[in-house]
Design a protein around this ligand. Structure first.
Ligand code: SF4
Length: 215
């Protein structure tokens, strides 16, 4: 749905013009920061050859959704030789790195079997909804998994988001206890704060996430 600014409906155009022989597909970054910035995939002969982002300039009424380097890195992610394209089942001991390929139906049956086993043996609280990791694009949003798990009989939920609590903490430490916390870190911070710091809100977010994952 197109966003409204005041009484106006604004139609966004985050897609850049393709070069000859190229198709540009506008999508969103699926990295697990949740920002869902604009990612334009430039496709040539069925292969992504370049990523661009929202070309618009910043305005207070309609801030653009510029991707960061991780958004631009989605091309490497898609083409990476280690990217999993088919389900694998572990056949060796945990950590041994031994897997065998299995079909999608078999994989789904296995997941269903294990979920039923855990729920029926230990109760639904033994299942943790950790759906806010991995790919967080609109297609893999949390609501889908939540709906499934709620219909399944319930689950244990995380308190707040798996990474944003670290972000809240980092913003407070960086800018002071009274700092306004801006979810997703994309709002511009007041310039006096920017001058006193080498990092933007988004950078703080990245640091917080890294700190969390490095534990
Ligand atoms: S801030 Fe970066 S990682 Fe997060 S959604 Fe946007 S492009 Fe992706």
């Amino acid at each position: 749905m197109a966003p409204r600014v005041g009484a106006r409906t604004v139609y966004e155009s985050p897609r850049v013009a393709p070069k000859p022989g190229e198709t540009v597909v506008t999508s969103t970054c699926g990295h697990n920061c949740g920002g869902r910035c604009v990612v334009n995939a430039h496709v040539r002969d069925g292969r992504i050859v370049k990523i661009s982002t929202d070309p618009r300039k910043w305005t207070p009424e309609m801030p653009p959704l510029h991707a960061c380097v991780r958004g631009f890195g989605q091309m490497e992610r898609v083409h990476h030789p280690d990217r999993l394209l088919h389900p694998l089942r572990r056949v060796g001991s945990r950590g041994s790195g031994e897997f065998e390929p299995i079909g999608w139906d078999e994989a789904l049956d296995e997941v269903a079997r294990q979920m039923l086993r855990v729920r029926d043996t230990y109760g639904p609280a033994a299942i943790l909804d950790c759906s806010r990791t991995g790919s967080l694009s609109m297609l893999h949003s949390r609501a889908t998994v939540q709906r499934l798990l709620h219909m399944f009989g319930g689950c244990t939920e995380l308190w707040t988001n798996i990474s944003s609590q670290a972000e809240v903490f980092a913003v407070g430490i960086t800018y002071g206890a009274k700092a306004d916390y801006k979810s997703a870190g994309r709002e511009p911070i007041p310039s006096e704060r920017a001058r006193s710091s080498t990092s933007s809100g988004r950078r703080s977010r990245a640091c917080a996430s890294s700190a969390l994952t490095r534990g």
